[in-house]
Design a protein around this ligand. Structure first.
Ligand SMILES: [Zn+2]
Ligand SMILES: [Zn+2]
Length: 110
């Protein structure tokens, strides 16, 4: 993803302190399943970075693995989701069977 400047302007980059056009860095993952300490979300103010520092920051964010606690919750949630998908698939099958039986009953009744 390329930096999306709201209002590019020249100032001193928060990282390299060079005067360059700056872009506001915003963490891309932007939500957590459990309250974890996150170096990107926990800062009061997102930094204003030049393109180079922005890229470095982005790569760092991409490379940083999620909190183990959060990974565990994520795994649990996706297991629940896939189980409920199975459940709905099964429920649809059951309904089809019931409808088949009902149709057959109706046919034999008439
Ligand atoms: Zn910089
Ligand atoms: Zn975060």
């Amino acid at each position: 993803m390329d930096p999306k400047p709201l209002q590019p302007f020249e100032a001193y980059c928060d990282h390299c302190h060079q005067q360059r056009p700056l872009f506001l860095y915003e963490p891309d993952h932007n939500c957590h399943l459990v309250p974890v300490v996150c170096r990107w979300c926990d800062r009061d103010k997102q930094p204003l970075l030049c393109t180079r520092c922005w890229d470095i920051e982005k790569q760092l964010e991409d490379r940083t693995p999620a909190d183990p606690q959060e990974l565990a919750i994520g795994g649990f949630l996706s297991a629940v989701v896939s189980r409920s998908e199975e459940y709905y698939a099964q429920a649809a099958d059951d309904r089809a069977t019931c409808e088949g039986i009902a149709a057959a009953t109706e046919e034999s009744a008439s």
